[in-house]
Design a protein around this ligand. Structure first.
Ligand SMILES: C[S@@+](CC[C@H](N)C(=O)[O-])C[C@H]1O[C@@H](n2cnc3c(N)ncnc32)[C@H](O)[C@@H]1O
Length: 257
């Protein structure tokens, strides 16, 4: 199998400095995740009431890469998706994230695994040539980027034609009854549960509900599916999870560009 041309340590993929030019959305994402890695794995599962690990497993199953695949895991954070990929498949994974703090956890987690590489970098400017990877995942990323269609084009650019892509995002249930329940949980239980963990997690718990709602209004799953196709994907599948509170998408990189 061809080895990936990347270093096995945090810091290879240069994060471009946006001092003065960074958008409020980008700045918020950087600041938010800098304070979260310590409790991230447990808190993420608790704040989604145990659903999040199940959604992540569904996304990994939907990826279905070829044996021996080179996979890029974008917005890898502390490496939960990377770990699931390594357990599920014979694959080599590059875990990329713009937060050095989050990625430091992933680097420690995979210190003994020669088939995992961690790279600090941005989804909007991936430090790889076209068609480098057989498969790609991205998780809870799109709410933090300024230009969703441009980011999708950049993500799909590094996947070879015929390669596989899968993603996971939060969503909002469409059924009015579940939607009302979702609203109550995200506006009351979630901020309270976050505050019980730490001040930083309290901020996450308060920010998540309105942020997910705004994203789902702008990019409902059917629009996102269309955007995937416009950005170069085919055979896209959208799978709502937990009545739409999670959305798993998957597809195949088009052979015609
Ligand atoms: C909610 S975490 C998800 C982490 C992991 N994928 C998981 O499932 O637990 C979102 C991650 O996206 C990263 N992120 C946000 N915007 C990014 C961008 N533009 N490029 C790369 N990573 C980004 C954050 O630093 C954070 O680690």
């Amino acid at each position: 199998m061809r080895r990936l041309p990347v270093a096995r340590h945090v810091g290879y993929g240069r994060v471009v400095s946006h001092a003065g030019a960074e958008s409020p959305r980008k700045r918020q994402a950087r600041e938010l995740f800098a304070g979260l890695p310590a409790a991230y794995d447990r808190a993420g599962a608790a704040l989604s009431f145990g659903q999040d690990p199940r959604w992540r497993r569904a996304m990994v199953t939907a990826l279905d890469p070829v044996p021996g695949a080179r996979v890029l895991d974008v917005a890898a954070g502390t490496g939960l998706v990377t770990a699931a990929l390594r357990s599920a498949y014979d694959c080599e994974v590059v875990a990329l994230d713009q937060s050095p703090q989050m990625l430091a956890r992933a680097t420690a987690r995979f210190a003994g695994d020669p088939r995992v590489t961690t790279v600090v970098g941005e989804a909007e400017r991936l430090p790889f040539p076209d068609a480098t990877f057989d498969a790609l995942t991205f998780t809870y990323l799109l709410r933090y980027v300024d230009d969703v269609p441009a980011t999708l084009r950049e993500l799909f650019r590094v996947v070879r034609p015929g390669g596989r892509v899968a993603s996971l995002e939060f969503g909002v249930p469409t059924n009015p009854v579940w939607r009302a329940g979702w609203w109550t949980v995200t506006r009351t239980a979630l901020p309270g549960a976050g505050r019980a963990i730490s001040r930083d997690w309290g901020e996450v718990g308060t920010f998540l509900g309105p942020n997910i709602e705004e994203f789902a209004r702008t990019w409902p799953p059917e629009h996102l599916g269309r955007a995937w196709i416009d950005a170069g994907m085919s055979r896209t599948v959208v799978r709502p999870m937990s009545f739409g509170a999670g959305v798993v998408m998957s597809g195949t990189r088009s052979t015609v560009r």
